[in-house]
Design a protein around this ligand. Sequence first.
Ligand SMILES: [Zn+2]
Length: 370
Amino acid sequence: MAIDDKVVKTLGELHVTDAAGVQALFAEVRVAMETESKDCERWRNQPPNALRNRWLARHNSILAQIDEHWRKTAPKELVPIVGREFNALKKEANDKLDVAIAEIKKAESPWARSGTGADRTQAPDLTLPGYCRSLGSIHPITRVQREMEDIFLGLGFAIETGPEVETVYYNFDALNIPESHPSRDDWDTLYVDAQTVLRTHTSPVQIRAMEKYGAPLYIVIPGKCYRNDKPDASHSPMFHQMEGLAVDVDITFADLKGTLDFFAKQFFGESVRLSFRPSFFPFTEPSGEVYVSCSICDGQGCSVCKQSGWIEVMGCGMVHPQVLRNGGIDPDRYAGWAFGLGIDRFAMIKYGIDDIQLFFQSDLRFLSQF
Ligand SMILES: [Zn+2]
């Protein structure tokens, strides 16, 4: 019989006729009280004083019923023992239930984690500050990428993305990179199989976008790229590029220079100067490398710019006619320019970071600075 059923019966109905029976009955009540006061599941979502009310409330509580049905109707010879047991039980309930409630609430609250062993038996201190969860922040690479995207969006460019697992055709062939080019070598390229690679640059998206949209076309292509490089301070097997492509009628190298000059001044500040130097890439003709004046020494020479006053930041050029043709665009009618830059490298220059590995180590001491 459950304790709730027993407390509504009299001692006579419970066949308790002597002192030993009374003590056994009260012992049973204590066990029930003890068990209930440890039943976190039962009280977790109840009002804070539900456990106390169940046992000690003035009306209809367990103790009120015991008083009513056991004590007041006890046979004369059992009145003293019932009285003693009842008073002891009442004191015990008063002493223990509040503590038990505090324990239950504490076990499920953040205070349980901040409290020390010594104060666990006390009610939580409501004047303590709340439990604070930090929000995190934008990764510096993402931050720089968004900043670049914003500059080009302002110039009317659209953002385009493409697959990181790419076919050999889009990664090399369509970009006019011959079979013999050293970048196809296993040392540089991570091959999935003979016809599939992890893209080594964002340029394959140029071809995909030309096929998809045709001309005119103004896009920037941010994303991850992969090369078989040993990780060191300036190399990572996974890195981030931003590619730019403009295709239209009457596009010249002057448009390219003007656009990149505007971009660099927006990104690094008005005082930055650009230097274009001839270079070679299979997918552009003519090709160039772009240097920016060192923002650390302002062109005077320092360790960051290797005493030259200039830092190489990207490759660029006029899109090779064969590449336009491969993208389905008539090179006799349209011309285009393109550039490719390392987002990681721009972030390193912008924030004065000397090791690319820091970006990818998830070290909060580093990341929380951004
Ligand atoms: Zn310098």
